[in-house]
Write a protein that binds this ligand. Structure first.
Ligand SMILES: [Zn+2]
Length: 108
């Protein structure tokens, strides 16, 4: 059994690991897409295991269908739909399924 404090600590560590892994994956994607993909898979496993939510900024980088870590310009094409509410739409080149992200706030 683990205490509430321990659980929260585990979640915090998990979130930090995800951040590190995906930042790393992002940085090496153009040089080593396979390794970046492995980091992406690992981050997803950590999310599931720790029962936390994938941070919004990273969640949109995963294909909803094939669960691959996407990289704009390599495995995904990004379209900015402008209008009253501008939003970014990701198209996954791996499974060719369009992926719609949530509305982007202009401040971020
Ligand atoms: Zn896909």
């Amino acid at each position: 059994m683990s205490s509430r404090r321990e659980k929260q600590a585990t979640k915090k560590i998990a979130q930090e690991r995800i951040e590190i892994l995906l930042t790393l994956a992002d940085g090496i994607y153009s040089e080593d897409p396979e390794l970046a993909q492995r980091y992406g898979d690992l981050a997803r496993k950590i999310v599931m295991k720790a029962r936390i939510r994938m941070p919004e900024k990273w969640r949109i980088r995963f294909c909803r269908k094939c669960k691959k870590f996407l990289y704009p310009g390599i495995t995904t094409h990004v379209r900015i739909k402008s209008g009253v509410s501008s939003r970014v739409v990701y198209y996954c080149d791996i499974c060719k399924v369009g992926k719609k992200s949530k509305q982007f706030s202009k401040s971020s």
